[in-house]
Design a protein around this ligand. Structure first.
Ligand code: ACO
Length: 325
């Protein structure tokens, strides 16, 4: 008996032109390249130009993904845009992307799960595709975190960057085995008791302002490795796969120490870990599709490879997904 799976047809990404190194940041706050590299692994990040919006980044990534998938934008009937930095409070930035791509059918909406947004977005699109509600989806992670950073707070402003990544997913009939192509499983988690550990101190219903990112870095760090490894163990239990079966591990790119710690705890070999945090910083919901695109375009991730995605962020939210590329 066949089953419907959401198969990734292609991916794409976009980074704003302006590159900001750690040394550049030493001119703004009291920090050093050595401190940032040692604590986070970050060396540089891209920052959006004045007037360059989250939806602009999303459109560029979406166009690249459509070209990579060799499909026309008109065939897309679902756009899920994961972001915590929308152009406006409403409408959803996803509809700006939809309009820029000239798409007038189907549905487009934003999804807000902070850094876990892309994994949440893939799982959401997968549900709608497998249910037969939509046939072909763009799942986009796009962020301009530079706009919500407190540029006087050295403990947060050095960590983040701007960017966007996207995948095209299509409902396809597959054999119904774990060797199928597509999203094999996704597990999503949240625990709102931690909402004050990583949040933005403004919003339409509270202050009426946009606000700035605030974080208890040590608390986030402490929670991250345990949460990530737990949800990945659920993915392994669900599919019967183990760390040895993986071809690639593409984690959310927040901090090299969190990534290394999680991979080590799970027994994932370091050479299977895709790491882009050094060049991109933490781009929140955009980090996984940006990293995926780097590894696909440089020839590491190939069709048929087993790829594990994982993210954790504000809320706390976290999740993992296993994809046969
Ligand atoms: N440059 C130099 N010194 C700094 C900087 C900086 N940019 N930032 C903080 N410091 C100082 C602090 O003031 C402190 O000084 P003190 O000892 O004199 O008080 C010292 O460095 C140590 O600060 P800690 O906060 O204890 O540093 P820690 O080792 O915890 O590292 C970090 C901080 C990198 C933020 C770490 O806690 C971390 O990575 N946390 C996870 C954060 C994260 O990844 N968040 C994103 C995940 S979720 C998401 O993606 C949204």
């Amino acid at each position: 008996m066949t089953v419907t799976r959401s198969v990734v047809l292609g991916c794409g990404s976009y980074l704003p032109a302006r590159l900001v190194t750690n040394d550049d940041l030493t001119k703004i706050v009291e920090t050093s390249d050595e401190w940032i590299v040692q604590r986070t692994g970050i060396r540089e990040r891209h920052i959006a130009a004045d007037g360059e919006l989250t939806s602009d980044l999303g459109v560029a990534a979406a166009r690249a993904a459509l070209a990579d998938a060799k499909v026309d934008g008109q065939s897309i009937d679902l756009i899920v845009l994961a972001t915590s930095t929308p152009d406006n409070t409403f409408p959803a930035s996803a509809v700006a992307v939809q309009a820029a791509l000239g798409i007038t059918r189907g549905a487009a909406f934003d999804l807000q799960a902070v850094c876990s947004g892309f994994v949440y977005g893939m799982a959401t699109a997968d549900g709608l595709l497998r249910a037969g509600v939509h046939q072909r989806a763009l799942v986009i992670g796009a962020e301009t975190f530079s706009r919500i950073l407190d540029w006087t707070d050295r403990s947060t402003c050095v960590l983040f960057g701007d960017g966007a990544g996207a995948v095209v997913m299509e409902a396809q009939q597959q054999a119904g085995t774990r060797e199928d192509r597509g999203l094999l499983t996704a597990h999503l988690r949240s625990d709102g008791r931690h909402k004050k550990k990583l949040y933005v101190d403004g919003g339409p219903s509270s202050t009426g302002t946009v606000g700035h990112l605030r974080m208890e870095g040590k608390e986030v760090f402490r929670f991250a490795v345990g949460a990530i490894t737990d949800v990945i163990k659920d993915v392994f239990r669900d599919t019967g796969y183990t760390a040895d079966d993986l071809d690639w591990f593409v984690p959310h790119q927040a901090n090299k120490r969190i990534i290394d710690g999680s991979a080590h705890k799970l027994g994932i070999a370091p050479e299977k870990v895709v790491m882009t945090v050094d060049r991109h910083g933490n781009t929140s919901a955009a980090s996984i599709p940006l990293a995926l695109d780097v590894a696909v375009k440089d020839g590491r991730i190939k069709r048929g490879d087993l790829v594990l995605l994982e993210a954790m962020g504000g809320g706390f939210t976290w999740g993992a997904a296993l994809v046969r590329w």
